[in-house]
Design a binder for this molecule. Structure first.
Ligand code: SAM
Length: 186
């Protein structure tokens, strides 16, 4: 699913790309390879443990010099306006409270240049009701410390935050996943 999101984003040589919630850093490696030596990748994650893990992932493949890691909160991105060509978010938007999702996406819109792209991969609430989704949501409501995320409306959230939808795909894991590419209007 992450691969499909990275393919949709299609980061190009020389671009400046941001990943929010990079976790262990595997997508940072792909992004750093795609932007090449003339490009730049920034990564932001709330967990200093993930920052340390991602740093060692990048060191192992010799791409640490191309990536700048920051420990921070996506609701307040520490970057200037219009600075990125593309943003990647996978399995992270589902962790935010519902009112925070538009705030995160508004920050993404602020730091993207006009015409810049955002790819979001996330567990989807869209479509038919299913037993698995209901159990998932119930577990999140009752045990939020154990199940810290839940399905969300990915495409709708991206669209309602002022991005033009370029493509939207839906694939099945054990739950449905949306892979959405949006563009900041120019
Ligand atoms: C489920 S992991 C997804 C990791 C990776 N993107 C992937 O697809 O495997 C979610 C990541 O989001 C980070 N995260 C959670 N809340 C955040 C916030 N408010 N700001 C930035 N990152 C956050 C977590 O630390 C974690 O690394």
């Amino acid at each position: 699913m992450r691969r499909a999101g990275l393919d949709q984003l299609d980061a190009k040589p020389g671009e400046k790309v941001l990943e929010i919630g990079f976790g262990t850093g595997h997508s940072l490696v792909s992004l750093a390879q795609s932007v090449g030596p003339t490009g730049r990748v920034c990564g932001l994650d709330l967990s200093d443990g993930m920052v340390a893990t991602a740093k060692s992932t990048l060191l192992k493949v010799g791409l640490d010099g191309r990536v700048e890691l920051t420990c921070g909160d996506a609701t307040r991105l520490p970057y200037p306006a219009n600075g990125f060509d593309a943003i990647f978010i996978s399995f992270t938007l589902e962790l935010f409270d519902t009112p925070e999702i538009p705030a995160v996406l508004a920050e993404c819109r602020r730091v993207l240049r006009h015409g810049g792209r955002i790819a979001v991969v996330g567990v989807s609430k869209e479509g038919e009701d299913s037993f698995v989704l209901r159990v998932y949501e119930w577990s999140h409501r009752h045990f939020p410390n154990l199940v810290d995320c839940r399905p969300i409306y990915v495409q709708r959230s991206v669209e309602e935050s002022g991005f033009r939808i370029e493509s939207a795909d839906r694939q099945m894991m054990w739950v449905p996943v949306e892979i959405v590419l949006g563009v900041k209007p120019g």
